[in-house]
Write a protein that binds this ligand. Sequence first.
Ligand SMILES: O=P(O)(O)O[C@H]1O[C@H](CO)[C@@H](O)[C@H]1O
Length: 268
Amino acid sequence: MHTEGNMHTKENSCCCSFEDCKLTTDWLLSRTRHRPKIAVVCGSGLGLLADDVTNKQTFSYEDIPNFPVSTVPGHEGRLVFGHVNDKACVFMQGRVHLYEGYSLCKVTFPVRIFKLMGVETIIVTNASGGLCEDFKVGDIMLIKDHINLPGFAGQHPLCGPNDERFGIRFPCMSDAYSKDLRKLAMSVSSDLGYSNFMREGVYCMVSGPNFETIAEARMLHVLGSDSVGMSTVPEVTVAKHCGLRALGISLITNKVSLDYSPRGEGQP
Ligand SMILES: O=P(O)(O)O[C@H]1O[C@H](CO)[C@@H](O)[C@H]1O
């Protein structure tokens, strides 16, 4: 069989085998007493989510065997173990993306490490562009569903041989984002007085690194996307595959231009 240039063939399918994951998990477990039940992936510029962690122990990604290293600004590249309100947590201060040149297997490697460490719930955050006309910059969108655009083109973290120790071959994705967690998040934000800027919607992943053309943005909108970004979907897909409960939170950091007329500099 000719394999050159095809990432997903049997011979060249996985840079992150179960054994690789086990090695990294054991490395971490032997260096920390923390046993987190909740993992949080901090999106671009959102590393401050880990600021209030108590009893902190941190590891630089570059020191952790097999771990991918963040290369973009706004992604510090450290794992932070500790407690938030007495809950044992681990925060990824910074993630890696497909456009950095990592395979999606590598992008999602940390999710499997969390699973093997005993994590049960994962909160995946991101910075994204608002496509829904009602959205304002600064709104927070709870992700109720996603569109995996790179997945349609074969860029999918679960392509390649399936290891049943992680999950089944054909995982269901219709309930990837826990309804209960979304309900809880809405109720907590209402208690905090945040209801005015809480939204719920569909996140679409594009590969990046360029932002969308106006025609592309219109297409994504017509397809039912409320926000667009270059992450999250692979992590949540792998989380669902291995049985983690997931909450997805998107901070709307910009409004995506859907028409050619306004402020028209440089536009077609
Ligand atoms: O999704 P996160 O990591 O928050 O980052 C978002 O912000 C970057 C673009 O500014 C892209 O990487 C996009 O995906």
